[in-house]
Design a protein around this ligand. Structure first.
Ligand code: TRP
Length: 346
């Protein structure tokens, strides 16, 4: 174990000139095509440019009651999806948030530097507590502080997040600045990373809503592990319009969304896609979208199935990456504890 840590240390010293990028996803439910095209797919390309940390955010998932066995399996599956998507666990640090205790420790310390009023203003807290009025727990309230801890522990420079998480990044910056103004430069102040074409995929049944893993309508979302026939059927049933014109415009949001999916899958521009389908009916577009999605997801699914068979490989990835995350996180945590006056045992 000692040897591994020294090895990892050398690696992170080696990458000192690279900026640090941090992101993660919650370990609940099934990821959708939206999560893949909007986030995961783009993460793959960032490895050469940044030193990347990608967490499986299992502590955040505890704000909702979980079935323990399913939850554990989901966290592992998310880890496999990261790898299957092409994120190399040798070049990037992929780890489970709960295997690094520093997250919970720093979150507590930062709780004491965060105001009730700030947390009460968080729109996600307001939304979630309205939707789950039977379980408005304190974890849901302090969720953004744990997220701040995630980000700040790794001296993160950039955080790729969707617009729904921008407010959480903003509070992270506020907390970090507040802490730094009292104790000196302890934390790097993170910036949002705005990707080039972070496709925003909408519901197939209501193009005004984002594609979501918790949509009640099973035809609204394509899940990453949906089989090819299910994917084709969902695309076929996608809501379009009665204009019967092939165009990429806001007035035809259903068709626009189908083109966004298509373009993200086959790496084309909307103009190219519109030209390709000129004179076609919507049925043909839907069919092509279905095939494009299948051809993107099928290799991903095959890879996940392969990884599922190789228990010791995943176990090893979970262990070695956790060690590296632990090392980096604890460097920051030690500094924080010292600054606030907690006693260190040597
Ligand atoms: N809250 C994020 C989401 O639901 C997940 C998350 C937790 C995260 N900690 C993070 C994302 C740190 C980026 C950085 O999408």
């Amino acid at each position: 174990m000692c040897g591994t840590i020294i090895l990892r240390e050398e690696k992170s010293e080696m990458n000192k000139d690279q900026k640090v990028l941090y992101s993660g996803m919650q370990a609940t439910g099934n990821l959708t095509l939206g999560n893949y095209l909007g986030a995961l797919k783009n993460w793959v390309n960032l490895a050469s440019e940044y030193e990347c940390f990608y967490g499986v955010m299992d502590l955040h998932s505890l704000t909702v009651r979980q079935n323990p066995a399913e939850f554990r399996a989901h966290a592992r599956e998310l880890m496999m999806l990261y790898i299957a998507a092409g994120i190399d666990p040798e070049k990037n640090c992929l780890y489970l948030q709960s295997s690094v205790p520093a997250h919970a420790e720093l979150a507590w310390i930062l709780d004491c530097f965060t105001y009730m009023g700030e947390l009460q203003r968080m729109t996600q807290f307001k939304d979630k507590s309205a939707r789950h009025s039977d379980n408005i727990n304190a974890g849901l309230f302090t969720y953004p502080v744990l997220m701040a801890a995630d980000i700040l522990l790794y001296q993160t420079d950039v955080v790729p997040v969707g617009v729904d998480q921008l407010q959480h990044l903003e509070i992270t910056r506020d907390i970090a600045q507040r802490f730094n103004s009292i104790y000196g430069d302890v934390f790097t102040i993170p910036e949002p990373y705005i990707g080039k074409v972070g496709a925003k995929i909408m519901s197939l049944q209501d193009p005004a809503k984002k594609m979501s893993k918790s949509d009640e309508n099973p035809n609204a979302s394509i899940f990453l592990m949906d089989d090819p026939d299910t994917i084709r059927r969902k695309c076929k049933r996608a809501i379009t319009d009665s204009e019967a014109t092939i165009a990429y415009r806001d007035e035809q949001p259903g068709l626009k969304n189908l083109f966004d999916i298509y373009c993200a899958c086959v790496s084309k521009t909307p103009d190219e896609a519109v030209a390709e389908f000129a004179g076609c009916g919507y049925g043909q577009v839907k069919e092509a979208v279905g095939e494009a999605v299948v051809s993107v997801l099928k290799p991903l699914q095959d890879r996940v199935k392969e990884l599922q068979k190789d228990k010791s490989y995943i176990d090893n990835v979970i262990k070695t990456n956790a060690e590296r995350a632990y090392y980096c996180a604890n460097k920051t945590l030690r500094k924080v504890k010292k600054k606030v006056g907690l006693t260190e045992i040597r």
